[in-house]
Design a protein around this ligand. Structure first.
Ligand SMILES: CC(C)(COP(=O)(O)OP(=O)(O)OC[C@H]1O[C@@H](n2cnc3c(N)ncnc32)[C@H](O)[C@@H]1OP(=O)(O)O)[C@@H](O)C(=O)NCCC(=O)NCCS
Length: 162
């Protein structure tokens, strides 16, 4: 009997009362610990900085990751502050698909000409993933991380010429 392998459509869903604990319990690899602030800390932060948008990443019905983005109050640009895929679900393409989806989501927001991200200098997985979806590496941020920028090609609804 062949069973359906299941729907692994990626969706990005706001963190709420019903899913925050699961998001807080997602794990990364021990060697990745220096690359990411714990999700429970990010969720706590979002309670005091309402511009932060913490979200769960689902593949079908399974929560596989977490991200947090915001429009930064200093530079008025969109920033992806947190991005992770649980260790059990890494290397299956979910990270790349979720980032593509996030780019699409942010591109549909008003006044979103670019998306910024920053990552540890030793984080080659993040660097490769972001490069593969169109982020261009920039300088080193004052806090020591490498920055990268995705420039949104055109405003939503604007004609895209073939
Ligand atoms: C970075 C991270 C989100 C990638 O998620 P993922 O779902 O495993 O990534 P994908 O399967 O979509 O891989 C996309 C590309 O990323 C790169 N990549 C992912 N994991 C990698 C690894 N362990 N080593 C080297 N490259 C890696 C590869 O280029 C990969 O493309 P390929 O599979 O065609 O080679 C995940 O490793 C993670 O959560 N890391 C810990 C938290 C973190 O560092 N977050 C980023 C903070 S800015």
């Amino acid at each position: 009997v062949t069973e359906r392998s299941g729907d692994d459509t990626i969706t990005i869903v706001p963190i709420d009362k019903g899913n925050w604990e699961r998001a807080a319990n997602l794990q990364i690899m021990p060697e990745q610990a220096g690359f990411l602030t714990p999700n429970v800390f990010s969720i706590a932060e979002s309670k005091f900085y309402p511009e932060l948008n913490p979200c769960a990443i689902y593949a079908g019905d399974t929560m596989v990751g977490f991200l947090m983005y915001a429009r930064d109050r200093d530079d008025d640009q969109y920033w992806v502050y947190r991005f992770m895929i649980d260790r059990r679900y890494q290397r299956r393409g979910f990270g790349r698909r979720a980032m593509l989806q996030l780019i699409e989501m942010i591109s549909a927001l008003p006044d979103a000409p670019e998306i910024n991200i920053a990552y540890d200098l030793g984080n080659t997985a993040a660097a490769e993933l972001y490069k593969s979806v169109g982020f261009i590496e920039g300088g080193i941020a004052p806090w020591g991380e490498r920055t990268a920028k995705y420039t949104i090609p055109s405003a939503p609804g604007e004609a895209r010429l073939p």
